[in-house]
Design a binder for this molecule. Structure first.
Ligand code: HEC
Length: 140
């Protein structure tokens, strides 16, 4: 094998590995189910808007903020928490967080990176979902 062929083979193998990490099926599920919730959450009935928000939340936020917004040990805080009651973190905080990211200031999880994949419309639904869960758990 020539040196060139070796380099080409190396690149192909690397690309395959990267692709596998990015596209391997069930990865998102693993991320969702791994990690320990930080708070107990009572899960309420969700209306249509909140249901859409739940799917978006699970796809884009639950990796760090936990299933049912219960937090994820080592990754991100729960929204079922007094810190995130609407008086302290209004809906605008969610739009800002997804658009600009968040500098670590309340917790020791590190910074939140921006989530450019979610649209403003998506965030409206996510907020509806989070507020429904919060209300059902006494965070008003
Ligand atoms: C890679 C992990 C990660 C992902 C993904 C993530 N977050 Fe965060 N988020 C964090 C961390 C960590 C904090 C806490 C920062 C602090 O205050 O220390 C945070 C804080 C927040 C805050 C509070 C902002 C403030 O003003 O204090 C909001 C709102 C928020 N996230 C919304 C979202 C939404 C909505 C999504 C999904 C679209 C999302 N996050 C996805 C890690 C993440």
């Amino acid at each position: 094998m020539t040196y060139r062929a070796l380099v080409v083979a190396g690149v192909v193998i690397l690309a395959g590995l990267v692709g596998w990490f990015i596209f391997s099926p069930g990865k998102q599920e693993n991320q969702l189910t791994s990690g320990t919730p930080l708070v107990q959450v009572a899960v309420p009935a969700l209306d249509a808007l909140a249901l859409e928000g739940e799917a978006l939340f699970n796809a884009n936020c639950a990796r760090c903020h936990g299933v049912n917004a219960a937090g994820n040990d080592g990754s991100g805080p729960p929204f079922v928490h007094l810190i995130y009651e609407p008086n302290h973190h209004g809906d605008a905080a969610f739009f800002r967080a997804a658009t600009n990211g968040v500098r670590a200031h309340h917790w020791r999880f590190g910074n939140m990176p921006p989530v450019p994949k979610v649209s403003q419309d998506d965030i409206t639904k996510i907020v509806a979902y989070v507020r429904t869960i919060q209300r059902a758990n006494g965070i008003n």
